[in-house]
Design a protein around this ligand. Structure first.
Ligand SMILES: [Zn+2]
Length: 246
């Protein structure tokens, strides 16, 4: 049997993990398994190609709306940090939440993209954090924060000390981490409907993007990029009929 180029690329990606680790990573950011082909890699990923409310987007053409302050109830907690080959992700202890639309969304995990996935009026940032929340019915809400190069971020300093540098590795983080430290002090935000930015690209995700960027040092941004080993940003998707509220 002659293997197609796509299946060869797929096999190669599958075998890059350390022996014995199962990396469900038959998609990537480059080549045949890259974003332009995600919709074809698996029937479950069809939305990546056919969706009309996909993320990320270039935020622009803002529509004035009566957006209430974000009700974030973030507790200090423990966590584990893992490198899944697509990003470095922190699985956060239960008990922190976001209240919006009369629903409670629990903070599940946060992870990063470098460079940023979303843009603001065409501007891309060197790093973007995604704080992923889910309500009891599985609806998702993502609070996104851009990082510009500047002062080191205090939480990233603690997280990166335990940075798993290879795909498939994870470490336990100390207790008493404060996820609020990721966010800027001023928490005005843009809101729009979007999707997961990774397969299966599921839609119906509430996006809240902080208007003000936070800062991370050049060394922090570089350390993350080196651990992931690839620019892990999905290209900008069409905004279509969506409004970006502010
Ligand atoms: Zn993300």
């Amino acid at each position: 049997m002659k293997l197609s180029k796509a299946s060869i690329a797929l096999t190669m990606v599958m075998t890059t993990g350390p022996a014995g680790t199962l990396l469900a990573q038959h998609w990537g950011y480059e080549g045949e398994a890259g974003p332009q082909n995600w919709g074809k890699l698996d029937a479950k990923f069809a939305m990546c190609a056919s969706g009309k409310n996909q993320s990320p987007i270039d935020l622009s053409g803002f529509v004035e709306a009566d957006l209430k302050p974000l009700k974030l109830d973030y507790k200090a907690g423990s966590a584990e940090i893992l490198n899944n080959g697509h990003t470095v992700q922190v699985n956060y202890a239960p008990g922190s939440s976001l209240a919006v639309d009369s629903r409670a969304f629990d903070l599940k995990q946060f992870h990063f993209h470098s460079p940023s996935e979303n843009k603001m009026n065409g501007k891309q940032f060197p790093l973007e954090g995604h704080l992923v929340h889910a309500d009891k019915d599985g609806n998702l809400a993502v609070v996104a924060v851009m990082f510009q190069e500047g002062a080191a971020n205090a939480l990233l300093t603690r997280l990166w000390e335990k940075m798993p540098n290879k795909a498939g590795e994870k470490s336990t983080l100390p207790t008493g981490l404060s996820v609020s430290q990721l966010l800027p002090k001023e928490r005005d935000y843009y809101r729009f409907n979007g999707s997961l930015t990774t397969p299966p690209c599921s839609e119906g995700v509430r996006w809240f993007v902080m208007k003000k960027p936070a800062t991370a040092s050049k060394a922090q941004i570089e350390q993350f990029f080196k651990a992931v080993g690839v620019a892990n940003n999905r290209p900008i998707q069409a905004t279509n009929a969506r409004a970006v509220l502010q």
